[in-house]
Design a protein around this ligand. Structure first.
Ligand code: ZN
Length: 254
């Protein structure tokens, strides 16, 4: 397989997308070959998304499929996009500020989603998500030729539930979707969200209360204003990946 037809700049972007998937794998957020990570192709009405059938720690720059917003494959070497990923188009259409979308079946996020409520304020990072989360009640349809994970209507409903400002959406009895303006923001937000959900699950087992509203508001402001936590975390995780997964960067042109 030659990769000469994919522009080197695009290929480097896809290498970072693969890095994002490996980082999510290292944190235990993947579930076999399921889940998605995609990025918008600026000005083309298209996005790159992980192909079906590849483990998250196997991903490299050649393992993505380019899809149009009409869900036609328009580029990439692999055959199929990850299953149930058509809703990405609905979100990219509705949210011009979103350039990256992540969807996983992270275990504690599934537990939280099953409860049907947004994240509670149990630790200092949870206020990042204050007023920025939605819940989507999923209604998978049964059909003669198989289940429909996300119909067109359901994909529109998800984009609607995400709204104009939310950056995470819980899908009941399924998992979560996180969006962002760039890859580091989206991946690290999703990692933090799972960690906060894990804390919440154990805190509620202990019968612990949420933090007072004024404390949550102060943390929320601090997070919005400093903005250092997310990029610093991404850079550190990427450094670790250079050490643990050098083969991913072996033919890096940059
Ligand atoms: Zn899913």
């Amino acid at each position: 397989v030659t990769t000469s037809l994919i522009h080197p700049e695009t290929r480097e972007r896809l290498r970072l997308l693969a890095a994002g998937m490996r980082i999510l794998h290292n944190a235990g957020l993947d579930s076999g070959v399921a889940g998605h990570l995609s990025c918008r192709v600026e000005g083309e009405g298209a996005y790159w998304i992980n192909s079906w059938g590849v483990l998250w720690d196997e991903f490299g720059p050649d393992d993505f499929v380019k899809m149009s917003f009409d869900l036609e494959k328009v580029g990439g070497w692999r055959d199929l996009p990850s299953l149930g990923s058509g809703f990405h188009a609905a979100i990219y259409r509705r949210r011009p500020d979103v350039n990256v979308i992540c969807h996983t079946h992270a275990p504690y996020l599934i537990a939280l989603a099953a409860k049907g409520q947004v994240l509670g304020m149990y630790d200092q990072r949870s206020p990042m998500f204050l007023g920025r989360m939605g819940v989507f009640e999923q209604r998978t349809q049964s059909r003669a030729d198989g289940a429909v994970f996300f119909s067109v209507e359901e994909a529109e409903g998800m984009a609607e539930a995400l709204g104009d400002d939310n950056f995470s959406l819980l899908l009941t009895h399924h998992g979560a979707v996180t969006v962002g303006a760039d890859l580091p923001t989206t991946v690290v937000r999703h990692l933090f969200l799972e960690e906060c959900a894990r804390t919440q699950v154990w805190a509620t087992v202990l019968g612990a209360p949420e933090m007072p509203a004024d404390v949550a508001a102060a943390y929320h402001r601090a997070n919005e204003e400093s903005g250092r936590r997310v990029p610093s975390t991404w850079e550190a995780l990427l450094r670790r990946l250079h050490r643990t997964d050098p083969e991913l960067f072996a033919d890096d042109l940059t």
